[in-house]
Design a protein around this ligand. Structure first.
Ligand SMILES: *Cc1c(COP(=O)(O)O)cnc(C)c1O
Length: 466
């Protein structure tokens, strides 16, 4: 009975938060039109709901605070790849989160955002010697992906002191989810030491016993498409391995477990499901020792922190029909929703219709395609979708695009990166905006496309080739 009450309250809270999110989004769409962020000459913008992002960060922290022993160090390192935007990293840092970087560029963004090294984790799969040297000099935590990388770290550790917490990433090989490209614990996944391969587990244990400075263990079982029980199994495998290492070492050598990210996002509905609280409770039930205070924790959530808080807003340039199908030709396509366009079955997105003034459209739904601006026929955000009829000048809002969408521009057809604007309610029914990323200009596109080297090829004549 008590359990039912909790579930019921959880659902109500979710619905309430979802309704508040819709209200903030509607106000932001109106404000973007009224304020001229969007118009005939700026047909595409991206919006970030700052209050929503803060809410998700707080929910993540509260979920783990509720299950860990008091005093347990917990670092929630936001997976930068989900939203590689400096102001977003600063916002999350201010909300008590750290950062997980996976490339030199991401590490530079983290540093530009002012996230201290002590709250940063580096997990790049293909770290160069220079990248490792920089990370160890900064004191950033590093998880070695494989034996060759560990050998490089050995040399750096031998050459001088580093304050970096160091660990090994393992692949628990517990299996994949519904999306192959985001499953990282299949038998042949490219990340970490494959734990079930012959001799691998013993190699990992020996690696720790031979290196008293290895104090962390890392596993990330996958992203979107991994069911919660499978995520929990991946964590349980990492925990069991840490217990084995510490048992054989006769001390608590591994003092921190990095359990990765991967909480899936429901792209078919407004409400958040599953929640961080559900995942934390599942872990507490399945891997009780994890939270008893013997291990510090690192998490690396990305998509679940940002997805619901981003919206792409695109003007409908033309409304037409072909073969009896209505088609809204918009400015949002493959350049801002690459995964959805190339793999629509795995990455569906919701689309909401607004009129030219930014008011939600109602009225009878008609089946239509929502097309992007790129020159290939598959550039569709939604195919055969039932929506209020989108007319010329209306707005198509592409929802749940805060992670792995507009921040991951794909420059097909030299389409410009849209401006990104954060918003908060202004207390009077409207919103206030801040620039997160300037829109890319056509002049910048030329410059980034070799504009300064226009004659480079016509004048490239090797002496013997004339
Ligand atoms: C991508 C990735 C994450 C984040 O995954 P989400 O699904 O966005 O939460 C965390 N850790 C590692 C190592 C990753 O590669």
């Amino acid at each position: 009975m008590a359990q039912e009450t909790v579930e019921h309250d959880g659902t109500e809270k979710r619905e309430r938060e979802a309704a508040a999110r819709v209200a903030r989004r509607d106000a932001a769409v109106r404000g973007a039109v009224a304020g001229g962020l969007l118009g005939p000459d700026a047909p595409l913008v991206a919006l970030l709901d700052v209050a929503g992002i803060r809410e998700s960060a707080a929910a993540l922290r509260a979920a783990f605070d509720a299950v860990v022993a008091p005093g347990t160090p917990v670092l929630h390192a936001f997976a930068v790849k989900a939203a590689p935007l400096v102001p977003v990293l600063s916002l999350l840092h201010a909300a008590g989160l750290g950062a997980e970087a996976a490339s030199p560029g991401e590490l530079a963004l983290v540093r530009a955002a002012g996230v201290p090294a002590s709250r940063t984790v580096l997990d790049s799969p293909a770290k160069t010697p220079g990248e490792l040297r920089e990370a160890l000099a900064l004191g950033v935590a590093v998880n070695a992906d494989n034996p060759q990388e560990l050998a490089r770290i050995d040399a750096l550790v031998a050459a001088g002191a580093t304050g970096s917490p160091l660990g090994i990433r393992v692949n628990p090989q517990v299996g994949g989810g519904t999306i192959g490209a985001t499953s990282t614990a299949t038998p042949t996944s490219k990340f970490g030491v494959a734990l079930l391969d012959e001799g691998a587990r013993e190699w990992v244990v020996r690696a720790y016993l031979d290196r008293p400075w290895l104090t962390r263990l890392h596993a990330h079982t996958g992203s979107q498409g991994i069911p919660l029980p499978l995520m929990a199994r991946g964590v349980a495998e990492a925990y069991a391995l840490a217990e084995e290492v510490n048992g054989r070492a006769g001390r608590r050598q591994i003092d921190t477990l990095d359990i990765g990210g991967g909480l899936p996002v429901d792209f078919t509905a407004e409400a958040t499901a599953p929640t961080y609280a559900e995942y934390a409770r599942l872990l507490a039930a399945e891997v009780p020792g994890l939270f008893d205070g013997r291990y510090g924790l690192v998490t690396e959530f990305g998509r679940s922190l940002l997805a619901k808080h981003g919206t792409v807003l695109a003007r409908v340039e033309y409304a037409k029909s072909a073969g009896g199908r209505r088609i809204a030709v918009t400015h949002a396509g493959v350049q801002v929703a690459t995964r959805t366009v190339y793999a629509p079955a795995q990455w569906p997105l919701r689309v909401a219709a607004y009129d030219a003034g930014g008011k939600p459209k109602s009225g009878p739904e008609v089946v239509q395609d929502v097309a992007g601006p790129a020159c290939f026929s598959g550039d569709l955000l939604a195919e055969g979708r039932a929506l209020p009829a989108l007319e010329q000048g209306d707005l198509a809002a592409v929802l749940d695009t805060g992670a792995y969408y507009f921040a991951h521009h794909y420059s097909y057809n030299s389409l410009a990166r849209p401006g990104v604007y954060g918003f908060v309610p202004d207390g009077a029914g409207g919103v206030e905006f801040a620039v997160v990323r300037e829109p890319q200009t056509v002049a910048q596109i030329v410059a980034e496309s070799g504009g300064a080297h226009a004659d480079a090829l016509t004048t490239l004549d090797a002496p013997g080739s004339r």
